[in-house]
Design a protein around this ligand. Structure first.
Ligand SMILES: C[S@@+](CC[C@H](N)C(=O)[O-])C[C@H]1O[C@@H](n2cnc3c(N)ncnc32)[C@H](O)[C@@H]1O
Length: 217
C-alpha cells in the first residue's frame, strides 16, 4: 500500500519508499545524513553498542548499496543545479565518498566543517567536528543559484540534542536560504530528530522527509 507522504510532517517511512514517490526534478535542496557505523566498523572497534554508544548503535544502519540508492534517487528528484548536503564522519571524509556518485549528475563543489564546540568520544583523538560535503547537480553554477556569500567553511554551533545525531539548525537554515526561495521544497529522507524540518519552519520552506523509526501518524 502506498503511504501518503505529508508535507511539513514527521513521516514514519523508509526513505527509499518516500523517494520513489517524489517526482523527477521537483526538489531544490536536499540533505542526507546516512546512518552508518562508519569509522567504528571499518576500524574494527568491537565494544560500540555494548559498553558505549548504545542509543547510536541501536538505530537502523544503512549499507553502502542502500546509501547509493538514496543518492541515485536524490539525483533524480533534484532540479538542475540543485544542491545536496551530505553529512559524513572523518573516516568517510578521508576515504572518499565519490564512488557513491558514479551513476549521478552530482558533482562535489564544497565542504563545511562543523565545529560542535563540544568534545565527544574517540580512541586516539576525541571527536569535535563533522563534515558537510556539498554536491551540485549539473549544470554547475553559483551565480543566482547560491545567494549567500557570508557562510564560513568552518561553522561553530552547539546543538541541543533531540536525537543521537542531531545536526546544527542554524547552519542548515543558512544553507537553505543560500540555495532556495520561500515555499521551495527541501528534502531530508532520513530525518532522525528532524533538524531540517525545524530549519524549514524557521525559513518558510516546505519540508518533505521522514525516518524509518522516528515519526508521527
Ligand atoms: C544520522 S541520523 C539523522 C539525524 C538528523 N540529521 C538530525 O539532525 O537529527 C539517520 C537516521 O536515519 C534513519 N534511517 C536508517 N535507515 C533508514 C531508512 N531506510 N529510511 C529512513 N530512515 C532511515 C535512522 O533511524 C536515523 O534516525
Amino acid at each position: 500500500m502506498e503511504y501518503a507522504i505529508k508535507k511539513n510532517h514527521k513521516n514514519k517511512i523508509d526513505g527509499l519508499t518516500l523517494l520513489q514517490q517524489l517526482e523527477k526534478a521537483s526538489i531544490k535542496t536536499a540533505f542526507f545524513d546516512p546512518q552508518y557505523r562508519g569509522i567504528l566498523d571499518k576500524l574494527g572497534y568491537g565494544n560500540e553498542g555494548e559498553k558505549r554508544g548504545r542509543a547510536r548503535s541501536s538505530l537502523p544502519q544503512m549499507n553502502e548499496d542502500q546509501i547509493i540508492h538514496f543518492i541515485e534517487h536524490i539525483n533524480r528528484v533534484l532540479v538542475p543545479s540543485g544542491h545536496l548536503f551530505l553529512w559524513v564522519d572523518k573516516f568517510h571524509l578521508c576515504q572518499g565518498v565519490l564512488d557513491w556518485f558514479l551513476n549521478t549528475d552530482l558533482h562535489l563543489v564544497d565542504l563545511i566543517t562543523w565545529d560542535k564546540e563540544k568534545i565527544g568520544m574517540g580512541y586516539r583523538t576525541r571527536r569535535r567536528s563533522e563534515y558537510l560535503v556539498i554536491f551540485q547537480k549539473l549544470p554547475i553554477r553559483a551565480k543566482n543559484v547560491w545567494k549567500t556569500h557570508t557562510i564560513p567553511d568552518v561553522w561553530r554551533e552547539k546543538v541541543i540534542k533531540t536525537h543521537p545525531h542531531s545536526k546544527p539548525i542554524s547552519l542548515q537554515k543558512e544553507l537553505i536560504k543560500a540555495t532556495s526561495e520561500e515555499g521551495d521544497i527541501i528534502l531530508d529522507p532520513a530525518s532522525g530528530g528532524y533538524s531540517v524540518l525545524e530549519a524549514c519552519r524557521q525559513t518558510k520552506r516546505t519540508f518533505i522527509g521522514g525516518d524509518i523509526i522516528y515519526g508521527e501518524d
